[in-house]
Design a protein around this ligand. Structure first.
Ligand SMILES: Nc1nc2c(c(=O)[nH]1)N[C@H]1C(S)=C(S)[C@@H](COP(=O)(O)OP(=O)(O)OC[C@H]3O[C@@H](n4cnc5c(=O)[nH]c(N)nc54)[C@H](O)[C@@H]3O)O[C@H]1N2
Ligand SMILES: Nc1nc2c(c(=O)[nH]1)N[C@H]1C(S)=C(S)[C@@H](COP(=O)(O)OP(=O)(O)OC[C@H]3O[C@@H](n4cnc5c(=O)[nH]c(N)nc54)[C@H](O)[C@@H]3O)O[C@H]1N2
Ligand code: SF4
Ligand SMILES: [Mo]
Length: 755
């Protein structure tokens, strides 16, 4: 149902408004922060796309940002940048920037309104819903692409100021699995590595990571490795990374857990393990060793599609390496048993003593520029600074620190993203506030989201830099946000490094930084008192510091923004008084983990069946993921650059193996119908050996892709399993454009393997 101004008023009339609004618009002049840089300055700041966290020099002329070059003396990228970084200024100037708040009117059309009207509508509507249906009736979805200070503000405002119980973010789509895995295994969400480890290993194992495309500058770091390293890629597809590796193990999709247990079994059986390390620093090894005995060579080969000798090679590469590092990304995190799979990677590193030394580690590479900020400071999956909502002492600590009554801090965790959407579908959650994410495109099984979830909402607020995104177009109220380059704050990259972003450009029209929007909301909601100290991003950074004290992510030793700027970023932890003696630091060098007894834990479970195995009717496995280094997610930003647009196919395409293409009578560049039980889409055929027979690949950057995917989640992390569901293909044109192709019937290798 679309909300209209008319409906809004009638809802206000029939919904009791028990609280009074605080309206002092005249007094609340936010103004625009003046540029602090000199008109012809060069400002170095971290990139706003991926979690690599490269530093870019933005060149100003007469106060206008005109060009970008990569920063040469930054420890992350050493003068390199990928196409997105070079083109980072272009999306700011796009014609579809949201420049004023937009409110949907009675006819369903939107009209521009001023901030006062927008904030009145926002507050009245949400308070009316909350008063009538209780604190569980509104929720927010945030983003790993806004600053740490903005995430902390949103989390504190939502939970402590507005009394919202449920808030989550797009980090759930991406990193929830690593968070759960690290928490259980290490006692804290702590990726242990520093990027230098990429250069110091002699064996690098990449599991479900297409580093060349998704983290191109990290791949450059691998190429700088002077040890002639053995690079191993475990991925069903022969990706750019797999093709460049020493060896590629093309496993059957979602057979990773079996593979990793099988490798553990070989290593244990041959005594290729580090007994001393296991005894001194870990718990649960004996049970684990017993558990993996069932994963014998024969069974593992049959389930993974690898040969027994490939398995033995892989195990001996791990054994023979002096410094073995394991790296994983979405091929692991986005699966139905993802947390256990990530932990199986961790187990391999622990049992071989490959952790806490240069060139080693069980290393999850994160995704978005500030996924790490979201993981620790967004007050969603954990209480500010990696604390626990369910722990009374933690609640007391944070209440004291923020000067709020402890009753304002819920003693329960928030619902996860998918549970929030379920709540909407069941009519329990009536309003959503979506900030810096585009779920209409990126969420799994998007038809369901459109037809069964969003339709149920009484009120949808979207806060985005563009008015044109798939999600913004559904909004009852759109709040125009300033973007990267138009505001300041910090991002935390994959190796735990705080980096700075700066304001080098003015936001268009009335757009405000997310930070200032949150300040406005606090004011109009009537809870600005709690946020007296939250006057600027840097003031909030000081609050975050205090919240981190005594935690593994303690950053009380980072003085201020200037220190981050001058040091080339600072990795957590840095405790008060500690000196920053190295620009690249890794965790666990002393073998002490964050669990109460200081030991890491072997966590494991039995493998479970995939939620939707290929069948006669839908014989192929659909893989999805990143398509090129020039495309970013739902393409709201990268599609705005003429230069980037030349670097990838403009229309949706599907990669099909030649054998499957022949069987379905599909020719190169022809249109293909790709169908799952959820939907059917058309895509251009790219016939390639990259995907194995029985599998197809469709990039996630085109909105149609998620019409095919199936709502299935890892039970521990509740991260969506984007990477495997059953589909079929059909040629839309026959050979000479006359006949329709016959439906594709061959049994996939996976289906056969599961028999
Ligand atoms: N250019 C570009 N870079 C990006 C992004 C972007 O949109 N564009 N997004 C960023 C974000 S948020 C993220 S999370 C990262 C993602 O970075 P990656 O995880 O590296 O990227 P994906 O392509 O999603 O998935 C990686 C690989 O997993 C493989 N895979 C699929 N199923 C399985 C399986 O069952 N087992 C194994 N072992 N592998 C499997 C896929 O074939 C794919 O090659 O990239 C970040 N970097
Ligand atoms: N099929 C399939 N689906 C996937 C994946 C997959 O591998 N396969 N990967 C998943 C993963 S890992 C991820 S991380 C998600 C990403 O999914 P999304 O988060 O939906 O993707 P983005 O396009 O990055 O969306 C960010 C939004 O924020 C806006 N924005 C940018 N900067 C700002 C800002 O400073 N403030 C505000 N308010 N808005 C801003 C952008 O315009 C855009 O609309 O997609 C997931 N979806
Ligand atoms: S690799 Fe990532 S951080 Fe570096 S320039 Fe490219 S998108 Fe930006
Ligand atoms: Mo992601």
């Amino acid at each position: 149902m679309k909300m209209t101004a008319g409906k809004l008023l009638s809802r206000q009339a029939d919904g009791p408004l028990t609280r009074e609004l605080v309206l002092e618009p005249g007094r609340f002049g936010l103004g625009k922060v003046p540029l602090r840089l000199a008109p012809d300055d060069v400002a170095s700041m971290v990139c706003g796309f991926c979690s690599t966290g490269c530093a870019l020099n933005v060149h100003l002329r007469k106060g206008a940002a005109i060009n970008i070059t990569p920063t040469t003396d930054y420890p992350v990228n050493l003068g390199m940048a990928c196409p997105k970084g070079w083109e980072a200024l272009t999306p700011l100037a796009a014609a579809d920037r949201a420049t004023t708040p937009l409110l949907r009117d009675a006819a369903g059309a939107t009209r521009a309104v001023d901030w006062d009207t927008a904030m009145q509508v926002f507050t009245l509507r949400l308070k009316a819903i909350q008063d009538r249906h209780g604190p569980e009736s509104i929720a927010w979805l945030g983003s790993g692409q806004i600053t740490t200070e903005e995430l902390a503000f949103l989390g504190a405002l939502g939970k402590f100021g507005m009394g919202i119980l449920h808030g989550d973010g797009n980090t759930r789509q991406c990193m929830a699995t690593s968070v759960s895995a690290y928490k259980e295994s290490f006692g804290f969400d702590a990726p242990p590595f520093t990027y230098r480890d990429l250069e110091e290993s002699d064996v690098l194992v990449f599991i479900g990571s297409n580093l060349c495309i998704a983290h191109p500058i990290l791949w450059q770091r691998v190429l700088r490795n002077p040890n002639d390293p053995r690079i191993i890629v475990i991925d069903p597809r022969r990706t750019e990374t797999a093709a460049a590796a020493t060896s590629h193990y093309a496993i059957q999709p979602k057979s990773d857990l079996v593979l990793l247990y099988g490798l553990a079994n070989i290593l244990i059986a041959r005594g290729w393990i580090h007994r001393e390390y296991i005894a001194q620093h870990t718990d649960g090894f004996d049970e684990f060793a017993k558990h993996v005995q069932a994963f014998d060579l024969h069974t593992v080969a049959a389930k993974t599609g690898l040969t027994e000798s490939q398995l033995e090679d892989l195990a001996s590469a791990i054994y023979n390496g002096k410094r073995v590092s394991f790296w994983w990304t979405m091929g692991v995190n986005q699966g139905h048993e993802a947390t256990r799979t990530a932990q199986a990677v961790i187990n391999l590193a622990l049992m071989t003593g490959n952790i806490g030394r240069p060139g080693t580690g069980a290393n999850s590479i994160t995704g978005q520029c500030n996924a790490m900020g979201s993981r620790l400071f967004s007050n969603t999956t954990n209480l500010l600074g990696g604390h626990d909502f369910r722990n009374a002492a933690h609640r007391e600590k944070i209440a004291l620190l923020l000067g709020i009554p402890i009753e304002r801090i819920a003693s329960e965790n928030s619902l996860a993203y998918d549970q929030i959407l379920d709540g909407v579908e069941r009519g329990k959650i009536k309003a959503l506030w979506i900030i810096g994410t585009n779920p209409m495109h990126s969420w799994i099984e998007s038809r369901k989201l459109r037809d069964r979830v969003f339709l149920k909402l009484d009120f949808l607020v979207v806060q985005d830099m563009y008015h044109s995104t798939e999600t913004a177009r559904e909004a009852h109220l759109l709040l125009p946000a300033a973007a990267w380059g138009e505001k300041e704050g910090t991002f935390i990259n994959s190796e735990r490094r705080f980096g700075l972003i700066k304001k080098v450009s003015r936001a268009p029209g009335q757009a405000l930084s997310d930070f200032n929007i949150f300040r406005l909301v606090a004011h109009y909601w009537g809870c600005a008192e709690i946020f007296r100290e939250w006057t600027s991003p840097e003031a909030v950074f000081q609050i975050i510091k205090r919240a981190s004290r005594g935690q593994p992510c303690d950053i009380t030793g980072i003085r201020d923004y200037r220190m981050i700027d001058e040091a080339g970023g600072v990795q957590w932890p840095l405790t008060e008084g500690a000196s920053l003696d190295s620009s690249e630091r890794r965790l666990f060098e002393d073998g002490r983990f964050y669990r109460a007894n200081g030991r890491a834990r072997f966590v494991f479970a039995d493998p479970t069946p995939v939620p939707e195995a290929p069948s006669r009717e839908y014989p192929l496995v659909l893989l999805t993921g990143r398509g090129s280094s020039a495309q970013w997610h739902t393409q709201t930003r990268t599609a705005k650059s003429d230069i980037l647009r030349q670097l990838y196919p403009g229309a949706i395409y599907v990669e099909i193996n030649p054998i499957d293409a022949q069987e379905a009578r599909v020719k190169s560049h022809e249109l293909v119908l790709v169908e799952s039980r959820r939907g059917a889409i058309q895509a251009r055929a790219v016939i390639t050996g990259t995907t194995a027979p029985g599998q197809i690949f469709v990039p996630m950057h085109y909105a149609a892709t998620n019409q095919l995917t199936l709502s299935a989640f890892d039970p521990d992390s509740r991260q969506p399993a984007y990477k495997a569901c059953a589909v079929r293909i059909r040629a839309l044109k026959g050979r000479a454009g006359k006949k329709r192709g016959r439906p594709f019937r061959r049994r996939s290798a996976l289906a056969r393997a599961r028999d």
